[in-house]
Ligand binder design. Structure first.
Ligand SMILES: [Zn+2]
Ligand SMILES: [Zn+2]
Length: 428
């Protein structure tokens, strides 16, 4: 019955980067597809009044940790998907560092089936590059691809061994699959925050920017003659941005993503010893933040993701060096990016939506991120003027590790439509 329903989204401003379309028109959805944009539209089973709102293709987050299987007290596929749609996301790519890891076809099938049961948004699982994410032996990429793995990564760690990495690039190239890398040279990792003046002052062990840059440089070199689709996860240093920029100029197949925290926070935040400022890669300097913003502006950075990483409060309450890395991000990513990029005038809304929807769909090879006639009706309705204060206590996510608590935001998700069905609506 639900799939026969029609939906009319009225009086909003439709913003679609895939057709560089920005106009105040109504949008009609029938049987899960977009069937009308402007003009005379028929009556619908359901109407949403989007006056004052932006109507955009649903956001796609290509870096999310859903923690299931293994850490269901931190997040589940169900709670993570609820958080996603509350943040305007209609699809997420989940990381394989679960317990056990997603390193075989059975695990990929489990995630896809569970997400279908939950039926809130699309979940595209990544498979591990190596068995057990141990960096030694390649996982069965071919059979994971067949079961629906969208890309491969050992996220949480990078693939340390150069020979294993070369093999994985060669192997993935045969299937034209994408390798995504958590770029961190192991022999330089192990610190708690960015290496530098601040770490010295605080007496905390540092992680040098070179840890990230070395692995990117190595991978780009390895991939030069292979030409695999290679994606740099959570880029965070000025040097890393330069490496990717240069590789793109050289015509290499490389893409990259940024996170909200690497655009808004610096290592100065660690001064409080609040472990919600502990991430991997760590918060860097103001100069790095500026370089990442420049990378977003000039297209070096293709995608804005979150690296949504739920952790239990009791885990995050450990002392700074011993606390786990990462923060949740799905439910405040959009307004955080507005604050970091749109409000200061670095980019326009059109570009923001491109980086959060149209471009990630392209990078992932998905027919998504568009409001063209006939496209899947995955839609986010955003009130760009609406102000609110971040209260992680209100989040759908099971975890609360968010350094943005109390931040004043502008821009709020009013509704999220997935496959023509309203999956989230802000309670009024
Ligand atoms: Zn990572
Ligand atoms: Zn991650």
């Amino acid at each position: 019955m639900a799939d026969m329903a029609s939906l009319l989204i009225k009086n909003g401003t439709v913003l679609d980067p895939s057709q560089v379309f920005e106009r105040r028109v109504d949008l009609f959805v029938q049987d899960g597809k977009i069937t009308g944009l402007g003009g005379h539209l028929p009556k619908a089973d359901r109407t949403i009044d989007a006056t004052g709102c932006l109507v955009m293709p649903g956001l796609i987050d290509m870096h999310v940790h859903l923690r299931e299987p293994g850490d269901e007290e931190e997040e589940t596929i169900a709670s993570g998907c609820a958080a996603a749609v509350a943040g305007g996301f209609t699809g997420v790519v989940c990381m394989p560092n679960t317990k056990p890891p997603l390193d075989n076809e059975g695990q990929i099938t489990f995630v896809i089936r569970e997400a279908q049961q939950v039926n809130l948004c699309y979940v595209w699982p990544t498979g591990a590059i190596t068995k057990g994410r141990e960096g030694k032996e390649l996982a069965e990429m071919g059979s994971m691809l067949e079961q629906g793995a969208i890309a491969f990564t050992d996220d949480g760690v990078g693939v340390a061994d150069a020979a294993v990495m070369r093999k994985s690039l060669q192997y993935a190239r045969m299937f034209d699959a994408m390798i995504m890398q958590h770029c961190e040279e192991q022999s330089l990792s192990g610190g708690a925050m960015n290496a530098g003046l601040m770490a010295t002052k605080l007496g905390l062990p540092g992680i040098a920017p070179e840890a990230e840059e070395l692995m990117i440089a190595r991978d780009l070199l390895l991939n030069r003659g292979i030409g695999c689709r290679y994606h740099v996860q959570h880029i965070s240093t000025a040097g890393a941005v330069n490496l990717v920029r240069q590789a793109k100029r050289d015509g290499q197949r490389v893409t990259s993503e940024a996170t909200p925290h690497h655009l808004l926070l610096t290592d100065e935040c660690c001064r409080t010893y609040d472990t919600n400022y502990k991430m991997s890669p760590p918060l860097r300097t103001g100069a790095d933040v500026k370089a990442v913003i420049d990378g977003v502006k000039d297209g070096t950075i293709d995608v804005l993701a979150t690296d949504h990483a739920p952790h239990l409060a009791e885990e995050k309450e450990h002392e700074f060096p011993y606390a786990p890395n990462g923060i949740i991000g799905l439910e405040c990513a959009l307004p955080l990016y507005v604050k970091a990029l749109v409000e200061p005038g670095h980019i326009a809304w059109m570009k923001l939506v491109e980086l959060m929807s149209t471009r990630p769909a392209q990078v992932l090879g998905l027919k998504k991120g568009t409001l063209q006639q006939g496209a899947d009706a995955d839609i986010a309705i955003i009130d760009p003027q609406r102000e609110w204060t971040v209260d992680p206590g209100q989040f759908k996510s099971k975890s609360r590790n968010c350094p943005f608590a109390g931040w004043k935001m502008k821009g709020r998700v009013m509704a999220t439509v997935v496959g023509g069905e309203v999956k989230y609506e802000l309670a009024r």
